[in-house]
Structure formats: structure tokens, C-alpha cells
Design a protein around this ligand. Structure first.
Ligand code: ADP
Ligand code: ADP
Ligand code: ZN
Length: 214
């Protein structure tokens, strides 16, 4: 099964992708996590990506597409995967489509987690991220057991540089302009599924499970 998570920054794509990954035994592939791991390790890719991420802009397509295609070509992706944060532009979606078609393959579901912009701004201030394992928490809605420490791996949690309110506003603009058109793109392919992302995390998850288990 191959799944794409769509939705605004902060809609809960990562939160849901991790839960789906666990339930269905599929790898969770997040381009944002890959970039952040590279920034943390000071790689040339990380240094390049950071310039764009800190400004709330998208990393250029050529760079992002290459990273993603390399990742899904790895062995653990053979039986499927969940893409979180990719594609984010129509050209990215087209490259993915073409690569899959060449393998006689396709995406099964594009799940759009819908959350209005007003809710996003509130959510992002409370987000805490683990740069070691990619887990995310929320100080109110999904607090870690021990404040500031990742439940999953024990490392320290951080407030992401790009989660500052001004950068979040910029990212939402970029989302509406460049990423939202993907909803129509996948709707036309007949694989779009929409869920209400304003509900509690477990309710959102149950809605997704009922789509995938149909
Ligand atoms: P969020 O989960 O809050 O939407 P991500 O972790 O997915 O954030 O992405 C963080 C940043 O990484 C984006 O703002 C962008 O700069 C960069 N990024 C991640 N995925 C992509 C992509 N597919 N194309 C271009 N840039 C990306
Ligand atoms: P995305 O990957 O789409 O950027 P995240 O999964 O990181 O979004 O979620 C953004 C923030 O909102 C995190 O702090 C997360 O804990 C919180 N969150 C996710 N889903 C919900 C929900 N259904 N209700 C309230 N808060 C949520
Ligand atoms: Zn962790």
C-alpha cells in the first residue's frame, strides 16, 4: 500500500503518518525529517535545505525529488510506504507519478487532513519535535510523559526554528499557493480521501483506518 498525506503544515500529517506506519507496518517517509536529519549532521544537503526552510520556503524541486526517489528505492519501501510532506508541488507529483508508472506501480490513497489556518497557528506554537526520531508532541494536546523528553527515544525535544509564528504564516501562504493544487490533482485521479483534521488525534486516526480497511 502506498499512501500520500496531504494537508497544511501542522495539520497533523506526521502524527497520523506515524500511527499508520505502526499499524500497517509501513515505513514513514518524511522529506522534512530527512532534511532536518541532514541539517543536524551538517551535511551539504542540510546546509542547502536550511536556507529555504528557515524562510518558510520550499526546498527546490530537483533537490527534493532526488532525495525522495532515492529513499523509496530502498529495500524497506518494497511493499509500500507513507509519504508525509511529499509531494508539495505539482512538478513533484508528476515526477513521482512518472517514476511509479515506469515500475508499473501507483499511489493507492492521497489522504487530505483538513484543518483551517486559524487552528494551525495555535497548534504550531505548542509543537515540540524530536530531531532524533521525528516524533512530534504538543504541550497541551499530546504532551510527552516527561516534559521536554521524547517518549520514543529519550532525546531532547525542541521548538523548530520554522515554527515561529511569522514563519508559519509564510509557510501557510506557500501551502495555499503551491501545495493545495495537489488536492485537485489527486481528486482527478480518483484516489483523494478527505478527513476532518480538527477532531482529536484518535478520531482522525479512526477515520483514516476506516478508509484504508475498506
Ligand atoms: P510540516 O510537517 O510542518 O509541514 P515538514 O517537516 O514537512 O513541515 O517540512 C519542513 C520544511 O522542509 C518545509 O517548510 C520545506 O522548507 C521543506 N520541505 C519538506 N518537504 C518538502 C518538499 N516535498 N518540497 C520542498 N520542500 C520541502
Ligand atoms: P504536520 O506533520 O502536518 O506538520 P504534526 O503531525 O507535526 O503536523 O502536528 C502539528 C502539531 O499539532 C503537533 O504539535 C501535534 O502534536 C499537534 N496535533 C496533531 N494532530 C492534532 C489533533 N488532531 N488535535 C490537536 N493537535 C494535534
Ligand atoms: Zn525521539
Amino acid at each position: 500500500m502506498k499512501i500520500i498525506m496531504l494537508g497544511a503544515p501542522g495539520a497533523g500529517k506526521g502524527t497520523q503518518a506515524k500511527k499508520i506506519a505502526e499499524k500497517y507496518g509501513l515505513p514513514h517517509v518524511s522529506t522534512g525529517d530527512i532534511f532536518r536529519a541532514n541539517i543536524k549532521n551538517g551535511t551539504p544537503l542540510g546546509i542547502e535545505a536550511k536556507k529555504y526552510m528557515d524562510e518558510g520556503k520550499l526546498v527546490p524541486d530537483e533537490l527534493t525529488v532526488k532525495i525522495l526517489l532515492d529513499r523509496v528505492a530502498q529495500d524497506d519501501c518494497k511493499n509500500g510506504y507513507i509519504l508525509d510532506g511529499f509531494p508539495r508541488t505539482i512538478p513533484q507529483a508528476e515526477v513521482l507519478d512518472k517514476a511509479l508508472t515506469e515500475l508499473n506501480d501507483k499511489i493507492d490513497y492521497a489522504i487530505d487532513v483538513e484543518v483551517p489556518d486559524e487552528n494551525i497557528i495555535n497548534r504550531m506554537g505548542g509543537r515540540r519535535a524530536c530531531l532524533a526520531c521525528g516524533a512530534t508532541y504538543h504541550v497541551v494536546f499530546n504532551a510527552p510523559k516527561k516534559e521536554g523528553i521524547c517518549d520514543a527515544c529519550g532525546k531532547e525535544l525542541v521548538l523548530r526554528d520554522d515554527d515561529a509564528p511569522e514563519t508559519v504564516k509564510k509557510r501557510l501562504d506557500v501551502y495555499h499557493e503551491q501545495t493545495q493544487p495537489l488536492i485537485d490533482f489527486y481528486n482527478k485521479k480518483g484516489i483523494l480521501k478527505e478527513v476532518d483534521g480538527t477532531k482529536e488525534m484518535n478520531d482522525v486516526f479512526n477515520a483514516i483506518v476506516s478508509i484504508l480497511d475498506k
